[in-house]
Design a protein around this ligand. Structure first.
Ligand SMILES: [Zn+2]
Length: 181
């Protein structure tokens, strides 16, 4: 059997949410005791917290909600592209040149995980993140990528008011994963 790697970021009460969004909270509403036979927890959180999948609906009112996105997109071999220490606040763009060396694996797996380490402290929401250039989005779309994963809160700039990834989401029904907030 293949190894299954858990790349999710732990959900904790000090996890920094997207500014203004609902933070993650967990509490035991029932506690095991002499008068109670079970522990039962309750969650209150934005669905955008921690490592999560954004459905096309996240980016577009008429896009598919998460229950309509094919589960197969999320399961299977993926290529991890190591971009650690490639970016800075003044050089925040991911270009085709950064991805091209992995073209055979991208074409084969159609699942791409970008490792940037630009969100190292989960308790501090980053004030900049590396983002894909439009040319790189189009290039991934041409390769018929079905899953794009990033280790930062978004696939577009933090301050963006519209989402370029929608191009990819719509044409290829691309679900995205992020280590958000
Ligand atoms: Zn999200």
């Amino acid at each position: 059997m293949r190894n299954i790697w858990d790349i999710s970021r732990p959900l904790t009460k000090d996890l920094a949410p997207w500014p203004g969004d609902t933070p993650f909270r967990y509490e035991l509403t029932w506690r095991l005791s002499q008068t109670c036979s079970v522990n039962v927890g309750a969650l209150n959180t934005s669905t955008h917290n921690g490592t999560h999948a954004d459905a096309p609906f996240h980016f577009h009112g008429e896009g598919a909600a998460i229950d309509s996105v094919p589960l197969e997109n999320y399961i299977g071999p993926a290529v991890v592209i190591d971009l650690v220490e490639k970016f800075s606040r003044t050089q925040p763009s991911i270009a085709i040149a950064d991805l091209e060396h992995a073209r055979p694996q991208i074409a084969e797996t159609r699942r791409v995980l970008l490792k940037t380490n630009c969100f190292p402290d989960p308790t501090r929401f980053p004030d900049w993140i590396p983002v894909l250039k439009s040319e790189a989005i189009a290039w991934l779309s041409e390769l018929r990528v079905v899953l794009l994963g990033v280790d930062v809160p978004s696939v577009d700039p933090i301050e963006a008011k519209f989402w370029r990834i929608i191009t990819l989401s719509h044409s290829e029904r691309l679900p995205s994963l992020s280590h958000s907030n």
